[in-house]
Design a protein around this ligand. Structure first.
Ligand SMILES: C[C@H](O)CC(=O)SCCNC(=O)CCNC(=O)[C@H](O)C(C)(C)COP(=O)(O)OP(=O)(O)OC[C@H]1O[C@@H](n2cnc3c(N)ncnc32)[C@H](O)[C@@H]1OP(=O)(O)O
Length: 675
C-alpha cells in the first residue's frame, strides 16, 4: 500500500540533523509519518556525525496534528493502532525528549496544532515565526491531546492558560506563544532553520538551557491554587456542555499529572485517548470536521478545474438589517463595498448600522480602533447606480417584493459590467422569477445569509438550473474569504435551513396544543443540546417573524402543514406525560423527514451538507453530528415507524416521505450511497 506521508533526514556540515515532516497539505501525522519520525530519530541518535536535531515541517507548515482521516480506520479496527503510549511515551518522551546526548529544537512556521504542537513540546526548545498558530484543538474532535499535550502544555504556560487553550481549542499566534513561554524565540521565516540549528548547538554546548518540558515545575501553580483552577474549569465545562464527557476526562488527566507526576499523567492520557477515540461524540465531531470541508466540493461544479475570479468590489442594495450585516461581513474581510439605498435617510440609517456592528466589536475588545477605521473607510454610501460600473458582485437585500426585485435586476443588468455576479439575499422568492425580465439568468444566484449576517457562520448559496458553475465557484470563494461556511442548495421555497426549521416549530406547537408544557419542551430540547428551545427562540426573534416565515411554508407546502387540533378534545391529555426522549423525537423526526425530502429533491447535494446546515443554521448540536448523522443512529426503520404512528394519530403533517419509506423498507442508510 502507498505510504501516507514521510519524514526526511538531512545532516548538515555543522552536525545538525534536520528532520522534515512531509505530508501535504498540512503535514498531518499519519502513522507512516510517525513511524518514519521514529526511524529518523533512531538513526540521528545513532550516527556519530549528528550532534543535535532540528524538527520542522515542509512548505512553511510545521504540522496540523494527528491524521484525522485515520480516525475512522482506527475506530473500526481497519487500521492497527500502535500500542497505548507508544508515541507519547516511547517515541516522544523516551526517544526525543529523553535523548541523553543530542538536543532537539522545533522550527515552527505556519501551524503547530494538536499532535504537531505535542511533537514540538517534546523538543528541548521551540523557535517560531510570528504568524504561526500554535494550539491543542483536540477537544473539538471529541478526544484529548494524546501525545503528551495534557502534561507538557501546563508545564510550559501554566495550568490556567493551558486549560483555557485546551478547553476552547483556540490556538495562539507566535508572539503570544512567546510571551507565554511556549516558544523560546520568534524569528522571520527566512531565519527559522538557521536560528534553530544554532540554538540546538548552543544547547549542546551549554550556552542555552537544555529543558525537558515534562519535568518543568516552575510554571505550575502551587497545589492549592491548582486545585481551585481545576475546580473552576470543571464547573465551566459542565455548564457549557453538560452532555459532553471528554472535557472532564481531559481535566482529570491534567490533574493526575499534577498530583501523581507527569509519567502517571502520560499513562492516564493514553488510556483516556483510547476510550474517547471510540466514543459517539468523537465519531460525530470528526464527521462534522470533514462535512464542513466537504460543503465546498460540489459535483459538476467544483470538479471542473474552474478558478474563482477575483472579486474586487461589491455593491449591496438595501441597508436594512440584512444588507448592513452583509456589508459588515464584507468590509471585515477587506472588500470595498458600495451600499445603495433609496434615500439619504435610509442610507444614513444603514451606514449607522454598519458602524454600530463594528463599534460593538471594538467594545468587546475583538477589534482595534485602527481596524475599525480601516473597515469603515472601505464602505461608501450611494443613492444611484453610477458607481456600479466597475463592481464584480452585487448582493440585493431589499424587502421581499417580487416586482421591486424584478425591476432592480433589470437595472442591474443595465448598469453593472457583463461579468458581474448578480446575487439576491431573498429567503423566499423564486430566483427565476426575480431574474425573469433579464437575459442574465446564468449569473443570477442566491446568497442567503442568516441574521446577524456578520456573525452567523452559514451562507446558503442558491443555484438555479441556469446559474453558471463559474458564478457558483466565485461565490464559494467569496464565502470562504468572509469566513462563512457555504452550503450549495437548489432553488426552492425555504432552501435547506428554513425548510428544516419549519417542521421543528410546527411540531413544538402541536405538542403544546396536545397539552405539553412550553417550559417542558424547551427544557427537553435544550438538554438534547440546542442552544435554546423553540419557544424561547420565538420570543427572541419575535413572534411576527416566526409567523411570517411560517406563512411562506403554508403557501408552498399546504399538505404538510399541521392543522391545528385545538377544537378536538380527543387525545388532548395523551401527551401531557411525555418523556424527554419522546419530546425530542416529536420535534426532530419531522425535521429528519423534511431533510430527506430536501435530499431526495436534489435541493441539497449530500446528506452531510444538511448536517452542516442544521448545525450552523439551526443550532443543532455538533457533537450529535448534524441532523442526518443523528438520524442514522436511530435508523430509517425506526424513524419511519414513529412518523407512521403519529400520522395515524395526528394527520399528514407527520407522513413519512417516499424517500424515507424506501430507505426504511430496504433497511438502508438515509444518506445516498455515493455520499
Ligand atoms: C494525538 C493527537 O493529540 C491528536 C491530534 O492531533 S488530532 C488533530 C488535531 N488537529 C486539528 O484538529 C487541526 C485540524 N485542522 C484544522 O483546524 C484546519 O484544517 C487547519 C487550521 C490545519 C487548516 O485550515 P485551512 O487552511 O482553512 O484548510 P482546511 O480546508 O481546513 O484544510 C486543508 C485540508 O487539510 C486537511 N486537514 C487539515 N488538518 C488535518 C489533519 N489533522 N489530518 C488530516 N487532514 C487534515 C483538511 O481535511 C483539508 O483537506 P481537503 O483539502 O481534502 O478538504
Amino acid at each position: 500500500m502507498d505510504k501516507k506521508g514521510r519524514t526526511v533526514l538531512e545532516v548538515g556540515a555543522d552536525g545538525v540533523a534536520i528532520i522534515t515532516l512531509i505530508n501535504p497539505p498540512v503535514n498531518s501525522l499519519s502513522l507512516d509519518v510517525l513511524h518514519s519520525l521514529k526511524a529518523n530519530y533512531d538513526e540521528a541518535l545513532r550516527r556519530n556525525d549528528v550532534k543535535a536535531i532540528v524538527v520542522t515541517g515542509a512548505k512553511g507548515k510545521f504540522s496540523g496534528g494527528f491524521d484525522i482521516t485515520a480516525f475512522g480506520g482506527l475506530q473500526d479496527g481497519k487500521i492497527a493502532a500502535p500500542k497505548p503510549g507508544f508515541i507519547s511515551v516511547e517515541v516522544l518522551t523516551d526517544t526525543v525528549e529523553g535523548a541523553a546526548s543530542k538536543p532537539s529544537v522545533a522550527a515552527i512556521d505556519g501551524l503547530a496544532l494538536g499532535g504537531g504542537l505535542e511533537v514540538a513540546m517534546a523538543c528541548h526548545a521551540r523557535i517560531s515565526t510570528a504568524g504561526a498558530q500554535l494550539g491543542l484543538p483536540e477537544l473539538q474532535l471529541g478526544i484529548l491531546p494524546g501525545f503528551g499535550g495534557t502534561q507538557r502544555l501546563p508545564r510550559l504556560v501554566g495550568l490556567a492558560k493551558a486549560l483555557e487553550m485546551m478547553l476552547t481549542s483556540k490556538p495562539v499566534k507566535g508572539e503570544e506563544a512567546h510571551s507565554l513561554g511556549l516558544v523560546d524565540a520568534i524569528v522571520s521565516p527566512e531565519e527559522l532553520i538557521s536560528t534553530a540549528r544554532r540554538w540546538a548547538l548552543d544547547i549542546l554546548e551549554c550556552r542555552r538551557p537544555w529543558v525537558a518540558s515534562l519535568y518543568k515545575t516552575d510554571k505550575i501553580e502551587p497545589l492549592g491554587e491548582a486545585r481551585e483552577i481545576l475546580k473552576f474549569a470543571r464547573a465551566q465545562a459542565r455548564k457549557q456542555a453538560p452532555n459532553l464527557k471528554h472535557p472532564l476526562v481531559c481535566i482529570d488527566v491534567v490533574e493526575e499529572g499534577i498530583v501523581a507526576g507527569p509519567r502517571a499523567g502520560l499513562w492516564q492520557e493514553a488510556e483516556g485517548f483510547q476510550v474517547l477515540l471510540h466514543s459517539d461524540t468523537c465519531k460525530s465531531l470528526v464527521h462534522v470536521f470533514f462535512a464542513q470541508r466537504g460543503t465546498t466540493k460540489v459535483p459538476g461544479v467544483t470538479d471542473r478545474g474552474l478558478v474563482p475570479r477575483q472579486v474586487k468590489k461589491v455593491a449591496i442594495l438595501g441597508g436594512g438589517l440584512m444588507g448592513s450585516g452583509i456589508a459588515t461581513a464584507l468590509i471585515l474581510s477587506n472588500y470595498p463595498v458600495l451600499l445603495k439605498e433609496v434615500n439619504d435617510k435610509f442610507l444614513q440609517a444603514g451606514l449607522g448600522r454598519v458602524k454600530a456592528n463594528l463599534r460593538s466589536r471594538v467594545k468587546k475588545g475583538k477589534m482595534s480602533q485602527e481596524k475599525f477605521e480601516k473597515s469603515m473607510s472601505l464602505i461608501k454610501g450611494v443613492l444611484d447606480y453610477e458607481g456600479f460600473r466597475d463592481v464584480d458582485m452585487v448582493i440585493e437585500a431589499v424587502i421581499e417584493n417580487v416586482s421591486l426585485k424584478q425591476q432592480i435586476f433589470v437595472d442591474l443588468e443595465k448598469y453593472c459590467p457583463p461579468h458581474c455576479i448578480l446575487a439576491s439575499n431573498t429567503s423566499t422568492i423564486d430566483l427565476n422569477l426575480i431574474g425573469q425580465k433579464t437575459k442574465s439568468q446564468d449569473r443570477i444566484i442566491g446568497a442567503h445569509f442568516f441574521s446577524p449576517a456578520h456573525v452567523m457562520p452559514l451562507l446558503e448559496i442558491v443555484r438555479t438550473e441556469r446559474t453558471s458553475p463559474q458564478v457558483i465557484v466565485d461565490l464559494l470563494d467569496v464565502g470562504k474569504k468572509i469566513k462563512k461556511t457555504p452550503v450549495v442548495v437548489g432553488n426552492c421555497t425555504g432552501f435547506a435551513v428554513n425548510r428544516m426549521f419549519f417542521p421543528y416549530t410546527q411540531s413544538a406547537i402541536l405538542l403544546v396544543e396536545r397539552g405539553a408544557d412550553v417550559y417542558q419542551i424547551d427544557k427537553a430540547v435544550t438538554k438534547f443540546g440546542m442552544p435554546m428551545g423553540p419557544f424561547r427562540l420565538a420570543d427572541l426573534v419575535g413572534f411576527g417573524v416566526a409567523v411570517a416565515t411560517g406563512m411562506q411554508y403554508v403557501e408552498n407546502f399546504p399538505e404538510r402543514v399541521y392543522k391545528s387540533m385545538r377544537n378536538y378534545t380527543q387525545g388532548f391529555l395523551q401527551l401531557v406525560k411525555l418523556s424527554e426522549k419522546e419530546i425530542v423525537e416529536f420535534v426532530f423526526l419531522p425535521v429528519v423527514n423534511e431533510a430527506c425530502r430536501v435530499l431526495d429533491e436534489g435541493i441539497a447535494v449530500k446528506a452531510a451538507d444538511l448536517d452542516i446546515a442544521a448545525i450552523m443554521g439551526m443550532g443543532f448540536p455538533p457533537y450529535r453530528g448534524g441532523i442526518m448523522f443523528w438520524a442514522e443512529s436511530l435508523g430509517a426503520k425506526y424513524i419511519y415507524s414513529r412518523l407512521q404512528e403519529w400520522t395515524l394519530m395526528y394527520g399528514d403533517f407527520f407522513k413519512p416521505c417516499a424517500y424515507l419509506a424506501e430507505r426504511a423498507s430496504k433497511g438502508a442508510l438515509l444518506k445516498k450511497s455515493k455520499d
